[in-house]
Design a protein around this ligand. Structure first.
Ligand SMILES: [Zn+2]
Length: 273
């Protein structure tokens, strides 16, 4: 039986921040791994996801071609499709095209404007939507309506963990109440201002990202409840990390630093009973 696939990408979420955050719901899904992104910036990192490649484990003593082969064969377990070879993805190297050919519906809900639907990322999606707000996981959840018998690939880019690490929608009646995560971080300098951050501010931003991860975790059951009884494979990861002052850097993008490439990764199946 084919499964739904929920690929949840927490934008900019650092591995060590996710590891330190309270995430009881993610913990139930699978074991958190430290992996490596192919890219330090949002657009190319998402392009790689849509090639069907998840963050890698930086393995040694193995040829890259064999790593890719193994990675592509993982989609057997993730989708429920019996036999998958690397050649099934060629020549386009597109996960949504591969899935579409096998009867999947493809839906993308993205938060970061750089991933907007005018880019080529929206190829082969039945629905590809840029959210109005960059931090509206709860609004995203409201737009997701799985249909029994219609395997669907959900490609979700979450912006709560992106600067300024703010969470909205926490006061909505049907959502769990999240303590201490309201409001934005207005006292921080804007990236454009040229002003630099103090150590305290970096610490405070890191903690804010950690709270954003915990908030995402609290919303997770609301999303997963919609898939109750439906075979569903869930992957939670990040597109790249974030620097909070290490090496004199802030953020991500044109930065060569291990903490920008280090990302969290976990996956697991939802119980169908
Ligand atoms: Zn990003």
């Amino acid at each position: 039986m084919l499964k739904n696939i929920l690929l949840i990408i927490m934008d900019s979420a650092r591995y060590d921040v996710v590891a330190a955050a309270k995430t009881p719901n993610m913990d139930q899904l699978g074991t958190l791994e430290r992996r490596w992104s192919y890219s330090s910036w949002t657009f190319p990192a998402h392009h790689v996801f849509l090639m069907g490649l998840m963050p890698h484990k930086s393995p040694t003593r193995i040829h890259a071609s064999n790593v890719y082969r193994q990675e592509y064969s993982q989609w057997q377990q993730r989708t429920g499709i019996k036999e998958i070879n690397f050649s099934d993805f060629t020549p386009q190297l597109s996960l949504p095209l591969f899935l579409q050919k096998r009867g999947f519906r493809n839906e993308a809900l993205v938060s970061m404007p750089v991933l907007n639907p005018a880019t080529n990322l929206n190829q082969y999606f039945h629905r590809y939507l840029l959210m109005e707000k960059h931090n509206d996981f709860s609004g995203m959840i409201e737009m997701i309506h799985p249909v029994p018998g219609q395997p669907t690939f959900y490609f979700l880019n979450l912006g709560e963990t992106h600067y300024p690490y703010s969470i909205q929608g926490a006061d909505e009646e049907d959502m769990p109440h999240l303590h201490g995560v309201h409001g934005t971080l207005k006292h921080f300098p804007e990236p454009e201002s040229g002003e630099w951050f103090s150590d305290d501010q970096f610490q405070s931003m890191k903690q804010a990202q950690q709270r954003a991860v915990a908030a995402i975790d609290q919303y997770l059951p609301v999303l997963l409840h919609k898939f109750k009884g439906l075979p569903t494979h869930v992957i939670i990861t990040a597109d790249h990390g974030e620097l909070f002052g290490e090496g004199g850097c802030f953020g991500h993008g044109p930065i060569q630093h291990p903490k920008v490439f280090e990302v969290p990764f976990l996956e697991g199946e939802l119980p169908t009973e």
